[in-house]
Design a protein. Structure first.
Length: 132
């Protein structure tokens, strides 16, 4: 039997509040990532511009921030039901990293289109369920 002290309960409540705040920030930020990923896809598929590399780097920094928030709020995201699988998330991250480091833009475009974009689009729903 686990016996929580009042202090433990306060810490757990504070942690939950922080997770809720982080998910609310993610909810506000995520549409920007979705829009940016959609905008950069044509560039990765051959319509490269002068600043495409800079833009993709900027977007991926944003995606990285989102992933950090997701990792920090996994407990809350999956509280009611498993919405985000750590294994599937890690697999997607690995695919994005492999495609990015290969410097093959079409490969990166494929991973963005088939894995990353569908995930970030679905993220809105996951956040809404977790915060409901």
């Amino acid at each position: 039997l686990v016996h929580f002290t009042r202090k433990d309960e306060d810490i757990m409540e504070d942690n939950r509040k922080e997770q809720v705040e982080a998910l609310e920030a993610l909810k506000d930020y995520n549409p920007k990532i979705c829009k940016a990923l959609k905008e950069v896809l044509p560039e990765l598929n051959g319509e490269k511009k002068e600043d495409t590399q800079e833009y993709i780097d900027h977007i991926l920094r944003g995606v990285n921030w989102e992933l950090q928030v997701i990792n920090g709020t996994m407990e809350l995201l999956n509280e009611k039901e498993e919405q985000v699988s750590k294994e599937k998330l890690n697999e997607m991250i690995s695919h994005v990293n492999d495609a990015y480091t290969s410097q093959e833009e079409r490969k990166l475009a494929q991973v963005v289109e088939e894995e990353l974009l569908p995930f970030v689009e679905k993220l809105e729903e996951y956040i809404a369920k977790a915060l409901a």
